[in-house]
Design a protein around this ligand. Structure first.
Ligand SMILES: [Zn+2]
Length: 485
């Protein structure tokens, strides 16, 4: 597709792309596929002629505003591309036991959470052949006859296998959803020449209005897909707090699983139970709901069980309170406010093992009006600045299998006249991340300075940290960033 046509005409207006100052480790299939990018679509999909024509048609429609081709697919893939009887026959092309085991583990991820079943091919005409190709790629949906899913060198992650199986089941990439421009910016300045087509949106991914855009989907690109310069990202989340949520290849997200269950397992539970927060009847046990991460109970009304010594229900009041955790394991909290009230909170610190996509050890916070979406994750770069919840609850959870696993949040019921926050222990968490170059693309940086600077100046800091020098840097960085606009 032509690279001359701008992809997102109304992309962000006021922020020039800035180099990042941290190193991104790409855990996605893209990293393994650099050699085969000319042969696959969006880095890892092998499309049929019809699928490619649809993509081109979407592209033309967007540029010219007209469509000549009748769109046939309504869901993620149309009925004709779905696997029959929820069963996906497959065959291994290679005898390597370890490699087969890896693929079985990826299969296990989908089978554990959905009604889909993968089985060794018998007489079926349509099936997947797993091969060790020159990268990681797959067809999308059931295309008829033998189709390939390649798990080649560099693809040795269960999450990558689960991603490729996602394509085989019928999923496109998360960032090609038609509503993606509300959530991410595509940084066209740094997309590798001639590869812009890989960032096209698709029109025909619809019919799943119950499932929100999910930064934590295993089908979402990482921040540097198709970049021409590793100092720059090609995908920036509009709310920069989600920048470390995208690109995870650790596990299926709640929405990945829900979409598969909607597509294939919708008719299994006949009795309807009223699941809350976007939960839905579990096809493995129709008397219980499958709940968004951070919620549990028969109807998703309660919290999952936490590791001993952490987690629980918290209640915001008109006085600042602090939540500090140092316990490793899985901890689930919910901050509650009275009906119609909002919670004002700040992440002061988050110290977990560093990773550009916080997928294994992290603090996750869900503060929007839709708990189905993966929350923003922080592992070693606490995003400073106040946040106001979109409903009267905030879900907070932390997951860590190794030290360190500590974070600090302070919270209060939101109001026009907030009392001044308590002095935070001066350990530099929030501040250092500013100097790490992670200035927000959503004005968080500015908000933070304007609101926090007077308070910071008042605080007593230990002399050896030279607070004034630090603030000087802060101020000059701020001025420089406004001058370049
Ligand atoms: Zn993919």
């Amino acid at each position: 597709m032509s690279e001359k046509v701008p992809l997102t005409p109304k992309r962000r207006s006021n922020f020039p792309s800035q180099p990042i100052k941290y190193r991104i480790v790409d855990h996605t299939e893209y990293a393994a596929n650099k050699k085969i990018l000319n042969e696959v679509f969006e880095s890892d999909m092998v499309l049929t002629r019809d699928q490619m024509l649809d993509v081109i048609e979407d592209f033309k429609t967007r540029i010219n505003g007209t469509s000549h081709r009748r769109r046939r697919r309504k869901a993620i893939v149309g009925n004709n591309l779905r696997w029959i009887n929820r069963t996906i026959p497959y065959e291994f092309k290679d005898k390597d036991n370890k490699w087969q085991e890896l693929i079985r583990n990826g299969i296990q991820k989908w089978e554990a959470e959905t009604c889909l079943r993968f089985k060794t091919k018998g007489l079926e005409k349509d099936y997947i052949e797993f091969l060790k190709g020159g990268g990681c790629y797959s067809s999308v949906g059931r295309i008829g006859g033998r189709q390939y899913t390649s798990i080649g060198f560099g693809c040795e992650g269960v999450g990558i296998v689960a991603h490729e199986l996602g394509h085989a089941i019928g999923f496109w990439h998360e960032q090609s959803r038609p509503d993606r421009d509300k959530y991410i910016n595509i940084n066209e300045d740094h997309i590798y020449r001639g590869t812009k087509g890989n960032f096209e949106k698709r029109k025909d991914i619809e019919g799943l209005k119950d499932v929100p855009y999910d930064f934590g989907s295993i089908m979402h690109y990482g921040p540097q897909a198709f970049t021409d310069d590793y100092k720059y990202t090609t995908i920036e989340t509009k709310d920069h707090r989600y920048q470390h949520t995208i690109g995870q290849r650790q596990d299926l997200s709640f929405t990945d699983i829900k979409q598969a269950n909607l597509l294939y397992c919708n008719d299994i539970c006949k009795n309807q139970i009223s699941c809350q927060y976007g939960g839905y009847p579990n096809p493995h046990d129709c008397t219980k709901c499958k709940c968004p991460a951070g919620l549990a109970g028969v109807l998703c009304e309660s919290l999952p069980i936490s590791t001993f010594g952490c987690g629980g229900e918290l209640f915001a009041t008109a006085v600042w309170q602090t939540l500090t955790n140092t316990i490793e394991g899985e901890c689930f909290w919910r901050i509650n406010a009275p009906t119609n009230q909002r919670i004002h909170f700040e992440v002061l610190e988050a110290n977990f093992e560093c990773d550009s996509s916080c997928a294994e050890n992290y603090l996750e916070i869900k503060h929007t009006d839709n708990f189905q979406r993966t929350g923003f994750r922080q592992c070693c770069n606490a995003a400073p600045g106040p946040i106001i919840s979109q409903q009267n609850q905030v879900l907070v959870f932390s997951r860590s299998s190794k030290p360190s696993a500590n974070f600090t949040i302070r919270y209060i019921i939101d109001s026009e006249n907030l009392p001044p926050p308590p002095l935070a222990a001066w350990r530099g968490g929030g501040f250092t991340s500013l100097f790490g170059g992670e200035t927000g693309i959503d004005n968080t940086f500015e908000t933070y300075i304007i609101k926090e600077l007077p308070k910071a100046l008042k605080n007593d800091r230990p002399a050896d940290r030279k607070p004034l020098d630090t603030l000087q840097t802060l101020i000059s960085t701020f001025l420089r960033s406004t001058r370049t606009r």
